[in-house]
Unconditional design. Structure first.
Length: 295
């Protein structure tokens, strides 16, 4: 009897283990087949600049890339150039059932011809404390930027990032070896809204964005949290700027994608969020400032 019982165990245990293994494999296969693993090299490009689209979805056999301008491709990995500026929603369909979309912004390209006049590409209005990008346009090798009234050269590169600590109207000047007199640009610096403003609504917006960004870090639904901020506060514009720790900046889409990748490897804490509003009544945000800690 004991031998018979042992025989049953000998036969049943491997069978049960086999069923468990099969169940786990089926779950993994189902999970893998329900997630698209695709990448885009850039989401902000100039006209005729190459973008690389690639897919590594598990068990993928068929692909359909639709670029939003009437063109498409059935290749797994494809490079593409947009011919006109604008915003394009690129759709990837895998195995004719799974879908994912990417928002691509295509800008008009600066064509710096040999005799193009030197000019300054910069905003007309910004906020105190904001990191502002100033770009020199034209054919020159030596660039000398002056951002204050002291006559001191602040930067000697073609592009410069600068911030003003006080509101006011400022005159920026740039000198090059090809210009006889300085090229000027005027910018108005507005007071910055702070999180400790008396407006409780603004503080609530900051807390809500902080919560959604932390959710992305923690591995919760990327699309749900990303699209919530994008639709509710950013007017569906993924190119709104995120300034991180007052030093580096990304467009909103790239920043959130970075949070998702970083969250897989280490713990990032979204410590504080402040915002600037382009439309205070409609709660529309022009820029997000994030203070975050890496571990």
């Amino acid at each position: 009897m004991k031998n018979k019982h042992s025989l049953y165990l000998f036969l049943i245990i491997p069978g049960v283990m086999g069923l468990i293994a099969l169940f786990i494999y089926a779950l993994r296969s189902f999970a893998s087949e329900s997630i698209i693993e695709a990448d885009v090299s850039k989401t902000l490009v100039d006209v005729n600049e190459t973008i690389y689209f690639s897919d590594s979805t598990y068990n993928a056999e068929e692909w359909l890339w639709e670029f939003g301008d009437g063109n498409s491709s059935i290749e797994q990995n494809v490079s593409y150039k947009f011919q006109k500026p604008g915003k394009y929603k690129v759709r990837l369909k895998v195995n004719n059932k799974m879908e994912n979309t990417f928002l691509i912004t295509v800008n008009s390209k600066y064509h710096e011809e040999e005799n193009q006049m030197v000019s300054i590409h910069a905003p007309d209005v910004a906020f105190e404390g904001e990191l502002i990008l100033f770009e020199g346009v034209g054919n020159a090798q030596q660039w000398r930027w002056e951002f204050g009234k002291t006559g001191i050269v602040d930067f000697r590169s073609k592009s410069a990032v600068y911030s003003y600590s006080e509101p006011g109207t400022y005159k920026i000047q740039i000198n090059t070896e090809t210009t006889k007199y300085p090229v000027s640009h005027q910018i108005q610096i507005l007071p910055r809204y702070h999180e400790d403003d008396t407006n409780d609504v603004l503080a609530g917006i900051c807390r809500e964005i902080q919560e959604k960004l932390q959710n992305i870090v923690d591995g919760k639904s990327f699309n749900a949290n990303y699209n919530y901020i994008l639709n509710k506060y950013l007017d569906n514009n993924p190119d709104k700027i995120v300034v991180v720790n007052n030093q580096r900046y990304n467009d909103f889409y790239s920043y959130c994608q970075g949070l998702r990748i970083v969250g897989r490897n280490n713990k990032t804490l979204i410590e504080k969020v402040t915002v600037e509003l382009s439309d205070r009544e409609g709660k529309k945000i022009s820029k997000i400032f994030v203070s975050q800690l890496e571990s």
